[in-house]
Ligand binder design. Sequence first.
Ligand code: G3H
Length: 541
Amino acid sequence: MDFEKQLDELFIAEKDIPAEFALPQELHQNEYLCNGEMKQWNGDIHTVLSPICIKTEDGLKRKVIGTYPLCTEIEAQESLDAAVQAYNNGRGEWPTMSVAERIKCVEQFTFKMLEKKGEVVKLIMWEIGKSYTDSVKEFDRTVEYINATIDALKDLDRQSSRFEIEQGIVAQIRRSPLGVVLCMGPFNYPLNETFTTLIPALIMGNTILFKPPKHGTLVHYPLLHAFKECFPKGVVNTIYGRGNNIIPPLMQSGKINVLTLIGSSKVANELKKQHPKVNRLRAILGLDAKNAAIVTANADINSAVKEIVLGSLSFNGQRCTALKIIFVHQSKVDQFLSKLSAEVNALKFGMPWESGVSITPLPEPNKPAYLKECIDDAISKGASVINENGGITKESFVYPAIVYPVTADMKLYREEQFGPIIPVIAFNDIEEPIEYLIESPHGQQVSIFSSESEEIASLIDPLINQVSRVNINCQCQRGPDIFPFTGRKDSAEGTLSVNDALRAFSIRSLVAIKLTEENKSLLNEIVNEHHSQFLSTNYIF
Ligand code: G3H
């Protein structure tokens, strides 16, 4: 089928949506979870428009899939009060509960979450346009992450179930919660990335204020009852509304102990500054990134192209880890561009439920216009779109564009496009991409493509001090989730991974006693009589 026709048939009529992928009905969320109750909301609402358009008699229309509350500062404050009360200065039921009991609550939650898999997966697909296959992967990866977190905490607790004796002092060292955690996730992994901070924060005994992303809110609705049923009241509270109205007052209250956000460095910096006592605020942040690929003269171009297509276009390039700029040695650039165009051309585009689909519609309403602006800017400064049909747009859909040659004066050189554009630069001297990374405000990851061990080694050492992960002959990515995920400069604060997150959301605390005969029997009594949750040798099997 020719491209024009394919594009014309991209969006379909309501009646043609395959029944197994259709949402059974619109989802109108008129409640929110606060202080252990699902509170009714009758105020303003946000109408959720899917990136998937529907063919109607009046043309293409983004499908309405439901609504959610647009609460105000008042409800946000109410949720904050509930979280503060549940923490109760570290004396609440949840922060003082034994680790084994907290694990049981999270296991019960996971069980209930699994019951909602079908519903959540479909909502991910409809709300953000992620392919059905990738939506299932996102759900499964999240459940695996929770299970791995439970195992890691068991290990951590086992290591802490003993005393250490040093210089006549006996101590038990554990990790304790920090307080109230404000947790905000991104739209591109609305379930996974939110839960990779929310679950570790929760299981370590903190209480949570959770604001779902603007695109990717309904995804969480089926799980609210599970939160309500599995945790003591006030431990998990949700807040909805326009972030710039409801979040600043929460920060200004000084009652947020941890800010965890996957989003932009601009927002994170503004929020942090609003806390009256910055030293009391811990921030765990996943922020902007503009990961580069460097394809040297010694690279295997076929395999480099395959990885670069995955790295730059998986979920339409909407990953913080996506490859967002490609440096190719001048001697290989023609070969690279022609193979890259062929690979991009072979990608299937269509509706997210279609099997094997790679390129799907984009959820952010202004994104197609922004991407066009980037492409137009590059063209006006001397670049071209290399691939046939690159950048052609239909409503929420943008066909991937390979833009070459990108130069320092173009938007695409520094801006994080977060969409299906692949900017390519040719270099002669390897110092050029190295200088780019040094000058960059970002420092998440880089991918090097080369078949020469000496060349690879000579790049690893200068680059590992610019970014936090150097990938050899493969795309940039977060996983496996057991590996540290972080960034330098404006790309992150703190480190996430199954193990690191448990540490990030807690503080090492200890009980120390002088080792006298009298203190020995006091210690034995506390431990043998199970008088304390903290001072305890209970072992989780
Ligand atoms: O958006 C950023 C995600 O953390 C990327 O995760 O590299 O596994 O797709 P991923």
